[in-house]
Design a protein around this ligand. Structure first.
Ligand code: ZN
Length: 125
């Protein structure tokens, strides 16, 4: 998995997740979910159906839900059919999400740093 790739968990109703950055030198990638849930919505970065075939109505990037995880583990999850790969998003969509990490109040600093190419995988969390 690399920047721009997308996937969903292999369960009904799973939200699309987008790899926004990485892999870093430690083999980790950062990914975020797309949500249209009204609760606690972060309106920083809207995404529309024209941005991806699996976005069916106006939605938002859920910055507070970002994950930094092993790209190899994701690749294994694909192999194990725990997640399903979807169509990649454009660089333009990735740029908007990256900008959102700077603007969103829900984006934690460590994640914003990762998106900017400054990972802290070798430090304690
Ligand atoms: Zn790293």
């Amino acid at each position: 998995m690399k920047t721009g790739d997308t996937f969903v968990a292999n369960v009904p109703g799973a939200h699309l997740r987008i790899v926004v950055a990485g892999p870093c030198p430690h083999g980790n990638v950062l990914y975020v979910g797309v949500t249209s849930d009204p609760g606690g919505l972060d309106h920083t970065c809207p995404v529309q159906p024209e941005d991806h075939p699996d976005i069916h109505h106006n939605s938002f990037i859920h910055f507070g839900d970002a994950v930094i995880g092993s790209a190899a583990a994701l690749d294994f999850a694909i192999f194990a059919k725990q997640i399903v790969v979807k169509e990649a998003v454009s660089g333009e969509v990735i740029s908007r999400i990256v900008e959102g990490f700077s603007a969103s109040e829900q984006a934690r600093p460590r994640y914003e740093d990762f998106v900017q190419g400054r990972c802290s995988c070798d430090r304690r969390r």
